[in-house]
Design a binder for this molecule. Structure first.
Ligand SMILES: [Ca+2]
Ligand SMILES: [Ca+2]
Ligand SMILES: [Ca+2]
Length: 334
């Protein structure tokens, strides 16, 4: 059963209030509504409303989505327009963030933990073509990346890896050479120690970094020699508490999965923060963790853990892929 949820922003209304002398006339003229519609593409755990945990989300050139269940370690592929779900393999370690390189090979972050090394897993395009494959076809691309969570490639094929609560950003060259940049980014809230999470490159060439703890997006320039410039704050707002996966939309706005708020938040070029969708623990957003655009359609992985607005996580649809679409409605009332 698909659930639909509509969020309406009536920006024009706010301006009309400011124009007090022509308030009524202005309202009537500017009946333009921008709506975001959220629906569920696929329920990955049809029998349960909680329990299965998916964090990562990415897509291939054929428009198929990939995620993974942290408990069973299954690597899952979803075809959004048919709702088809394939289990490709069982990963040797549970994985979070995911990304493809330009050649169609898939990389997955596995942050490790006590006694388990953080690694980057890799599956070749050839294996992915087969549909399903054995766990021994999953390679270890890089080691010693504790806390590994968000992943993004730059134009030269270097892989950037966020290190979660470590505050580190790791950079891995195409040859597998690894360097560590200590971001110096700190946690505002002791209950949430994750300070470097979702990563994305902007049109300005800068690396954008989500700070889950402080509800903040920072950005940093990468110099020609590969070293990092100074960290600059792009946006900070309580709406961004739980900032996890981030993705730039077609027009250059940044979209943020505010996981513990069960919300999707937009940050404009100028740093203006707006919530575009949000709901209680009944969904359709249930601890949204990662974001991925296919064209102008935004997809989110519902991690559905018991935290923040999503607590308790017992109601709702549970582990699933949500679709967030922009709907523009015009009504020329006179
Ligand atoms: Ca994440
Ligand atoms: Ca379910
Ligand atoms: Ca739930």
């Amino acid at each position: 059963m698909r659930k639909k949820f509509i969020v309406t922003l009536a920006v024009a209304m706010i301006w009309s209030v400011l124009l007090s002398t022509s308030m009524f006339a202005s309202e009537q003229k500017e009946k333009k509504h921008h709506s975001w519609e959220v629906s569920i593409v696929v329920d990955l755990d049809a029998n349960n409303a909680a329990g299965m945990r998916i964090e990562g989300l990415t897509g291939d050139k054929q428009g198929r989505l990939y995620t993974s269940d942290l408990n069973s370690r299954r690597l899952i592929r979803v075809t959004p327009h048919t709702g088809a779900v394939e289990v490709l393999t069982v990963l040797p370690q549970s994985a979070t963030g995911m990304v493809f390189d330009k050649d169609g090979n898939l990389y997955m972050a596995s942050g490790g933990g006590p006694g388990v090394d953080g690694v980057i897993l890799r599956v070749s395009e050839q294996e992915l073509k087969k549909g399903s494959f054995t766990s021994d076809k999953v390679e270890t691309f890089a080691v010693d990346v504790d806390g590994a969570n968000g992943l993004v490639f730059d134009r030269d094929g270097n892989l950037y890896v966020s290190g979660g609560a470590t505050g580190n950003i790791y950079v891995i060259t195409p040859d597998g050479e690894r360097t560590v940049w200590a971001s110096g980014i700190s946690a505002d809230r002791p209950t949430q120690p994750i300070v470097v999470n979702g990563l994305a490159f902007g049109r300005d060439g800068r690396l954008y970094i989500a700070n889950t703890s402080s509800g903040e997006i920072n950005r940093v320039s990468i110099k020609k020699d590969g070293t990092f410039g100074a960290v600059e704050r792009f946006a900070k707002d309580p709406l961004l508490y739980g900032a996890d996966g981030i993705a730039f939309g077609p027009n250059g706005d940044l979209y943020v999965a505010a996981n513990e708020r069960n919300a999707i938040v937009k940050v404009s070029h100028s740093g203006k923060v707006t919530e575009i969708a949000g709901n209680n623990n009944e969904g359709p957003l249930e601890f949204p963790a990662s974001l991925h655009f296919i064209g102008s359609t935004l997809y989110a992985s519902n991690f559905d853990i018991d935290r923040g607005v999503n607590s308790p996580n017992s109601p709702g649809i549970g582990a699933s892929i949500a679709k967030i679409e922009f709907v523009q409605e015009h009504s020329n009332e006179k």
